[in-house]
Design a protein around this ligand. Structure first.
Ligand SMILES: Cc1cc2nc3c(=O)[nH]c(=O)nc-3n(C[C@H](O)[C@H](O)[C@H](O)COP(=O)(O)OP(=O)(O)OC[C@H]3O[C@@H](n4cnc5c(N)ncnc54)[C@H](O)[C@@H]3O)c2cc1C
Ligand code: FES
Ligand code: FES
Length: 493
């Protein structure tokens, strides 16, 4: 159970604003990958939450009449990466958010939460700075739109007025038309680690591709909030698109960056990599801008996305009508809600405590013990289950959000007489075993991979399995089992 004193589920944006006005002490929860983890850690203990997770009107990417790209604040990272408009106009944003955590975190984490937490290391933030994003906020006084640089006030603090919610992130046409970009995240590990430093660059070349018409350089963790290297940008405008210019611009960023010492890295090291990452990102952005003429983006040739174009715009219909979410006045820990959902193919309903996680519900109410309680903060993947076809860490998912969803656990993979599915058999044949805590979650990630019907390279498979953190045993064997089953299903072996 989460240590919360109340949960209100908003039915619409105006309803969310009303709830925030009625309960000024309440905190917004979107995907909860920050909020629920902080609650577990005691930092938000006893909080009252207003959940906006159910507001589907805030999900998805669209284009406004004047060409502005509109990213709904509840759009998850994985849906941003797969979105056709993002891939076409600002592919670098899709690449940047594809570096957040692991696959399960990218399925739950939203771009609104990633910016509203005010954290300098947020992987979306530097790219949004480099593309001059505008933040749309809706509150009791109506809608206001402010440049992202004005949204960040200080470390962990953003310009959200009482009763306001962030409803969208906008990229005006003038900010993306003719630009190409590149983001580099420097971290200790390739997955499940926040940035030691992140640098995102966007560049526009002249028509003959010989001159840098405009360059925008943005950083995360180079200061208390994400920032732009304005002196270097000023210097870069009008310079030839050459290696010498890249060196000059990269060296100039030291006039702007103000990193600090931390346990992850010293100030001196961060300053050093500020110049190095800028040069590398700028070089690649220029290369992309030079190759502009209709050539496919590198990512489109072989990336590890799991859905065809357009799927992100049309999230799967719920398995059955969900009905209205009642307002939950859960102030004393004795409040329950009826949650109806399909679990492993069967319609089920049960009363759940509003403070329960989905892990609590699946284990406690349905005895689905393949769903393990491991770290309980979204890091190990032991509690991984599929919800509407995507993998989620059920320890950081509110049980009440499961209403109307289709949930699958390891128990649902077996045949009517207990026969193992092909992927389970492959795990035994290949000796692809983690401990009993880790194996079920890994198999559910494998199921999501296999059901995409796509063929992945070994490196892509590695990335798709990276949301499982323990390194006790045989990861090569796991890769072998998934790869062999994938090839078998595709008729290639
Ligand atoms: C294991 C793990 C690994 C992670 N790795 C990374 C990483 O590599 N890179 C990275 O950038 N992040 C990482 N994160 C952090 C996290 O996933 C992101 O910050 C996420 O984007 C938060 O979005 P959310 O919807 O889950 O936000 P929530 O947790 O729901 O909310 C976050 C904050 O924003 C506020 N908020 C949310 N939405 C709105 C809105 N629409 N309007 C107003 N306020 C709002 C909330 O009140 C809260 O203060 C990781 C988290 C975990 C658990
Ligand atoms: S990720 Fe849920 S228990 Fe570790
Ligand atoms: S804790 Fe499960 S394999 Fe290490």
């Amino acid at each position: 159970m989460y240590d919360m004193n109340g949960l209100y589920e908003a039915q619409s944006v105006p309803h969310a604003i009303e709830l925030l006005k009625e309960h000024p002490e309440a905190q917004i929860i979107a995907g909860g990958s920050d909020v629920l983890v902080q609650m577990r850690e005691g930092k938000r203990a006893g909080a009252v939450l207003v959940s906006i997770y159910g507001l589907d009107e805030l999900r998805g990417v669209s284009m406004e009449e004047d060409g502005t790209l509109r990213i709904g604040s509840l759009t998850s990272f994985s849906h941003i990466t797969k979105d056709p408009l993002i891939r076409k106009y600002i592919g670098v944003l899709g690449e940047a958010v594809d570096m957040v955590g692991g696959p399960q975190i990218r399925n739950i984490g939203t771009i609104g939460g990633n910016t509203c937490n005010g954290v300098t290391s947020a992987d979306s933030a530097s790219t949004l700075f480099a593309w001059d994003a505008v933040i749309e906020l809706t509150g009791p006084e109506g809608v206001r739109r402010i440049p992202i640089r004005d949204f960040y006030i200080s470390a962990g603090r953003v310009d959200l007025h009482p009763g306001e919610i962030q409803t969208a992130i906008l990229i005006p046409k003038a900010s993306y038309e003719g630009y190409k970009g590149y983001y580099i995240k420097y971290a200790m590990r390739n997955a499940m680690d926040i940035a030691t430093l992140g640098c995102s660059v966007s560049v526009k070349l002249s028509d003959d591709r010989k001159t840098i018409e405009d360059v925008r350089i943005a950083y995360g963790v180079a200061g208390p909030v994400p920032m732009r290297a304005v002196h270097a940008e000023e210097l870069g405008r009008g310079l030839p698109a050459s290696g010498e210019s890249v060196e000059e611009i990269g060296d100039a960023v030291l006039q702007d960056v103000t990193p600090r010492d931390s346990w992850r890295a010293s100030k001196a090291f961060r300053e050093h990599i500020s110049t190095v990452l800028c040069k590398r990102a700028l070089e690649e952005a220029i290369r992309r801008a030079e190759e502009e003429d209709g050539k496919p983006d590198e990512r489109e040739k072989g990336n590890a996305n799991r859905e065809p174009d357009g799927a992100a715009q049309n999230p799967a219909e719920p398995a059955f009508p969900t009905g209205q979410h009642p307002l939950i006045e859960g102030a004393d820990g004795r409040q329950y809600k009826l949650v109806r959902c399909r679990i492993n193919g069967e319609m089920r309903e049960t009363m759940v405590d509003v403070r329960a996680s989905l892990t609590d519900m699946l284990r406690g109410n349905y005895s689905l013990t393949s769903v393990k309680k491991g770290c309980e903060v979204g890091e190990c993947g032991a509690c991984n289950v599929m919800i509407d076809g995507e993998c989620y860490n059920s320890c950081i998912y509110l049980a009440v959000w499961a209403d109307g969803k289709e949930i699958r656990t390891l128990e649902g993979l077996m045949g009517p007489d207990g026969e193992l599915s092909d992927i389970q058999q492959a795990f035994t044949v290949e000796a692809a075993v983690q401990c009993g805590f880790c194996t079920p979650g890994v198999i559910m990630s494998a199921v999501e991979i296999l059901e995409s019907g796509k063929e992945y390279t070994r490196d892509e498979l590695r990335k798709l399995l990276s949301g499982h953190l323990c390194r006790c045993t045989g990861y090569e064997n796991i890769l072998n089992a998934v790869e062999k089953t994938m090839r078998k299903r595709l008729g290639k072996s």
